[in-house]
Design a protein around this ligand. Structure first.
Ligand SMILES: [Zn+2]
Length: 433
């Protein structure tokens, strides 16, 4: 048996032996309730990661995203980047996990922050999305460093905030500061819960727009003296129903988006507000009689590699213009809130090939290649960092994310850690020597 084969066996044994450590690490991460919004406990989770990784020879940097969207003295946006250097210079593999979790919501049968271990699963908010993935990547990196201590290159593990609210104080900020520059990082794996046999290559594009229609305020008993902005918006909504939704349903993509319902263009009416604002809690009176002079709608359009952003914008504008054509006083404004282009890493990219090979040997099946319906932090690595060699791969079942009784399977974490560790062997060239 060759030296590499021997070491690969050791690597697996080392990860199997870390089972209790992996469970405890996942539990201690879940027990820090890093709920976002508002973005609680970011410094505390950086402290925990710092203590853990420093002990294993990583150099750590903490970066607060001063002035980024969401950052304040009350809720500072803290991130941590830990780097381990090999014997000689070489390429760097970076594991990026977000540390924030969404609010718990209702319907839990266990304490969402107790990190209960039951039936070989760890339960809690963030268990699968994505503290389990973060813990698995740490176990994988530590095992690799122990067994291949003479490796060349570097390994980085980052814990970044705010992914659930767009990632501006997290990966976007770090990318702007050069942390994801392709001259310092060559391969990125994001351990989001995509299932241990799937490689997520990228995501669809996004265009968020706010549309506002204008009218004229008047007494509600004499609406003919005013001009109702909500009725104008109603015309826009029916035009969306009649024209745009059917058009979008016909636009299918070759991107392997999962679930299948998202393998086309989609539109969500995120919110509509018109007329008086909601009264404060405790107000017991009636509303006053007013013709609303403003109505605002937020639209969330997801688009495909086969479309282009300018066409997506124009298509929406055309539908709104057509809706207003026969309405004499129709006035509106369209404001773009946010856009991201679709992205999909090549099947031939080194990180894709390495993880695919590792899934075959460690999970024992052919990997499935998927694309996410929504964006995640890959968008910033791609767009700001200009780093294309990036995927999401991690343990946990995607459908459980953001749900009550979220959990991550311990065996899934072990298997994913083995895939990550073997990917390090390939990407850092330890099998070539
Ligand atoms: Zn996530």
């Amino acid at each position: 048996m060759s030296d590499v084969e021997n070491r690969l066996i050791k690597l697996r044994e080392r990860i199997d032996a870390s089972r209790d450590d992996l469970i405890e690490l996942t539990q201690s991460l879940i027990r820090l309730p890093t709920v976002n919004p508002p973005g609680d406990g970011y410094l505390a989770i950086c402290d925990l990661l710092d203590a853990r990784l420093s002990q294993h020879g990583f150099q750590t940097d903490r970066v607060r995203a001063f002035g980024a969207l969401g950052d304040s003295d009350r809720y500072p946006r803290w991130n941590i980047i830990a780097r381990h250097e090999g014997k000689h210079a070489g390429e760097c593999v970076h594991f990026n996990s977000h540390t924030d979790v969404v609010d718990t919501g209702d319907g839990w049968t266990v304490d969402p922050f107790a990190a209960v271990l039951k039936d070989d699963r760890v339960y809690g908010r963030g268990a699968c999305d994505m503290k389990g993935g973060l813990a698995a990547s740490i176990i994988a990196a530590e095992a690799f460093i122990d067994v291949f201590s003479d490796y060349n290159g570097a390994i980085e593990i980052s814990g970044t905030c705010d992914e659930e609210s767009g990632g501006f104080g997290g990966v976007a900020y770090l990318a702007e500061q050069g942390w994801f520059d392709p001259t310092r990082v060559q391969h990125v794996i994001i351990p989001e819960p995509l299932n241990k046999d799937r490689i997520c290559l990228g995501h669809r594009g996004v265009l968020w727009t706010e549309i506002e229609t204008y009218g004229h305020i008047a007494h509600g008993s004499m609406p003919f003296l005013g001009d109702c902005a909500v009725r104008h918006m109603g015309a826009v909504v029916s035009a969306l129903e009649q024209d745009l939704f059917p058009q979008l349903a016909r636009k299918r993509t070759n991107m392997p988006v999962v679930p299948d319902g998202a393998r086309q263009s989609t539109l969500n009416i995120n919110s509509i507000h018109g007329g008086l604002s909601e009264p404060e809690d405790g107000y017991t009176g009636l509303p006053s009689a007013l013709v609303p002079d403003r109505c605002r709608m937020v639209l969330d359009r997801r688009f495909l590699m086969e479309e282009n952003l300018d066409e997506v914008r124009a298509e929406l504008r055309d539908v709104i213009e057509a809706a207003g054509k026969d309405r004499e006083t129709f006035r509106y404004e369209m404001r773009e809130l946010f856009s991201v282009l679709p992205t999909m890493t090549d099947h031939d990219a080194p990180v894709v090939k390495a993880v695919a090979k590792a899934i075959k040997t460690e999970v024992g099946c052919e990997p499935a290649y998927v694309v996410s319906p929504g964006t995640y932090d890959q968008k910033h690595i791609d767009r700001i960092g200009k780093l294309k060699n990036c995927i999401a791969y991690g343990p946990g079942i995607l459908d459980l994310a953001h749900q009550p009784d979220e959990y991550v399977g311990v065996q899934d974490m072990i298997d994913a850690a083995k895939v990550m560790a073997q990917s390090l062997v390939t990407l850092l060239g330890c099998d070539q020597r």
